[in-house]
Design a binder for this molecule. Structure first.
Ligand code: FES
Length: 578
């Protein structure tokens, strides 16, 4: 309780008044001599992926008390994918700032972060990394599998699949409504290897979550045991003073990237891992992701690229099973929230042969390479991302003519227009949907296949944008093109009819126009004029967000070397301070 004193200019008075005001919960002063554990409660009835966490928080508190700590729950912002406009990514950095500032400002020695829905855990890890007090991530866990007419349903891979079939006319109104009732059958986050499951898997691999934390379903008894164990672990972590900067080393991040590649995880995670690394002053480039992907086997047979879902992975042993198989490639000496190394955490685990189709052997993977490839070329000099294993094979080496949409609104207006000049060979290009342009890089990158082509049986096309795609989606979709159109990136210079060449094997993405023509277009280019999101937080976001290849954090959230300092003059905008 003596930490982070409120500043009255009298430290004795600060301690005196704090003691008086902390009695309202029935705590005596002696309870604040114990490790004080903050629990960042992100319960929300609007963020449905966090609506079930209350009993888990009680179990975490029990664990904290059992281990000799004092738990104190506090709220932070909670954002859910389907219920946040225009996109949760716009608010990821706000959650990160909220989390960081509350950890720093409040008199807590360690924090349990209650993650779950896509952007929550990345934001919390970013905030915890900057605050650098002991912290542990606990998520609400994935939903159980859904089922429709004997077929397993997965949110939200099947949301997209069946909606596309409905638009194509192969699924009736009655069927789509029945499917809607079964898509999200229990509490928890999406249960395919989408963004939520992927960041949880990476957090476990990086050592920020207890073993088993990522794949244990929201409704399993085991999750309550894990919650209690998480409460115990954070107290031990505080006593041993193990901080995020001890755990989230460059090697640990590499373990996270290997895991991302081995499970065919979400492209969003690339942005998040870079942001987390930068919070710790570590460099992490897209080239490194590609290098690690090229020699990491894709071993987890999970949707959207594979067959199974998180409930099945749980029965196979969860992320432990993946880490055990990957262990020849991992840095096993990295310390984790258990106080043990990653190698010690997984030492006793044996994968039973019955589950070999879910987590494939290292020597007999699903694919020889990882799930994400990084492309470079004149269309994305700072990189773009594709999930080759979730795309149609014949489109991975493709040449097609651009059909350009200048914004998400333009795309929504025209994509299903029967008059749209488009064929299955076209490349659909969406501009001005990036971090600054949209703002917040919405998950609009999986551009819908035009209805007239759907009705001809077309289910995949090459699509290119500077925005993101849901981790649960699939297709020949090129994302995160950087720099984005709104800041002058080459994707904004593409015109209808231009030829575009994609070659995933050689990692290249080229606009087939001459250098001179590109320069000519650049000279004529005018930055877009924005009519919305012009004040408050969204304006701050637009002014300070970094590009996708730099993690989309704010430039002012990167670490500042204390010895360098910043003068008041600079903070005041560089003017003469009178
Ligand atoms: Fe929350 Fe999918 S909607 S994880």
């Amino acid at each position: 309780m003596g930490n982070s004193q409120t500043s009255y200019g009298d430290a004795g008075f600060s301690a005196f008044i704090r003691r008086a005001f902390s009695r309202h919960l029935g705590h005596g002063p002696e309870e604040f001599d114990k490790p004080v554990i903050g629990i960042a409660n992100t319960f929300s009835e609007i963020n449905r992926c966090h609506s079930h966490v209350k009993p888990m928080i009680e179990a975490i508190k029990q664990g904290v008390i059992m281990e000799g700590g004092t738990p104190l729950e506090f709220p932070t912002i909670s954002i859910g994918e389907m219920f946040t406009s225009p996109t949760t990514m716009l608010y990821r950095n706000l959650v990160a700032m909220d989390t960081e500032e509350m950890i720093i400002a409040q008199p807590i020695d360690g924090t349990v972060l209650i993650g779950g829905c896509d952007k929550m855990a990345p934001a919390q890890l970013m905030g915890a990394a900057s605050a650098d007090k002991p912290a542990i991530l606990f998520t609400g866990g994935p939903m159980n599998n859904g089922e429709y007419k004997g077929r397993t349903l997965g949110a939200c891979s099947d949301c997209r699949h069946f909606w596309q079939e409905y638009k194509a006319g192969t699924v009736s109104e009655e069927e789509i409504n029945e499917i809607n009732e079964r898509l999200a059958p229990t509490a928890g986050h999406c249960m395919v290897m989408g963004s939520a499951s992927t960041i949880a898997a990476c957090a476990e691999a990086m050592g920020m979550m207890l073993p088993g934390g990522a794949a244990t379903p929201a409704t399993a008894n085991e999750r309550m045991r894990l919650a209690r164990e998480t409460g115990r672990a954070i107290v031990r972590q505080v006593k041993e003073n193990i901080r995020p900067s001890d755990i989230l080393t460059k090697k640990a991040l590499e373990n996270g990237i290997r895991t991302l590649m081995a499970v065919g995880g979400s492209t969003n995670t690339v942005i998040h891992l870079i942001a987390i690394a930068k919070r710790l002053g570590l460099s992490l480039t897209l080239k490194e992701f590609d290098e690690l992907s090229r020699n990491t086997p894709f071993i987890a047979n999970l949707r959207p690229a594979g067959k199974y879902q998180l409930q099945d992975l749980f029965h196979a042993g969860g992320i432990n099973a993946v880490l055990k198989e990957l262990s020849p490639l991992l840095h096993l000496d990295q310390i984790t929230v258990t106080g043990k190394t990653l190698g010690e955490n997984i030492a006793g685990f044996e994968l039973s042969e019955e589950y070999r189709d879910i987590v494939r052997p290292f020597e007999n993977p699903l694919f020889d390479e990882g799930g994400i490839a990084v492309l470079f070329g004149n269309l994305a000099p700072d990189g773009a991302i594709i999930k080759p294993k979730a795309a149609s094979n014949q489109l991975l080496n493709h040449r097609g003519q651009a059909v350009v949409f200048s914004s998400i609104e333009d795309m929504e207006k025209r994509i299903h227009d029967p008059e749209l000049d488009v064929t299955a060979e076209s490349v659909l290009v969406l501009q001005n949907a990036g971090p600054v342009g949209a703002p917040g890089m919405p998950e609009a990158g999986g551009i819908p296949i035009p209805e007239k082509l759907l009705k001809q049986g077309i289910r995949d096309m090459v699509r290119l944008s500077d925005c993101r795609m849901s981790g649960t989606a699939s297709g020949a979709v090129i994302l995160h093109a950087a720099p984005e159109a709104a800041v002058g990136g080459a994707i904004g210079l593409v015109q209808n009819g231009d030829w575009i060449e994609l070659d995933v094997e050689n990692r290249s993405l080229e606009l087939m126009v001459s250098k001179e023509e590109l320069e000519h277009r650049r000279r004529l280019w005018n930055p877009p004029t924005f009519e919305t999101y012009l004040r408050g937080y969204p304006l701050l976001y637009r002014q300070h967000v970094l590009q996708a290849n730099d993690g989309c954090d704010f430039d002012f959230m990167l670490p500042v070397k204390k010895e360098e300092g910043v003068s008041g003059k600079v903070l005041a905008g560089g003017g003469d301070m009178k």
